[in-house]
Design a protein around this ligand. Sequence first.
Ligand SMILES: [Mg+2]
Length: 106
Amino acid sequence: MRLEEMKKEIEKLVVEKGFYNKPEDIPKKLLFAFIELGEASDAWKKGEPEEKIAEELVDVIFYVLDASRLACPSINMDATFRKKLEKNLSRPYQYGEGHRNNKQHA
Ligand SMILES: [Mg+2]
């Protein structure tokens, strides 16, 4: 299933279950995505089964795509994903992680 298809499925769920569904709800959805990241981290730290960790990570995807549906409705997330992947692939080795090469101060 592609991201755009997932957005449509998530919208169906949101409408059917009466969840927040207005642009002013975007900050809440992004906060919920953070909460789900915390749940994924907690599950991993507790040594829970991979299925549990995966479920929490899918919850993150749900909220991120749901937020994108309201925050940038004219944007195709599949195209954006491909474009961003190409951009990141064109960057140098370990880009953005220059701190790993820093020498310790004497
Ligand atoms: Mg969860």
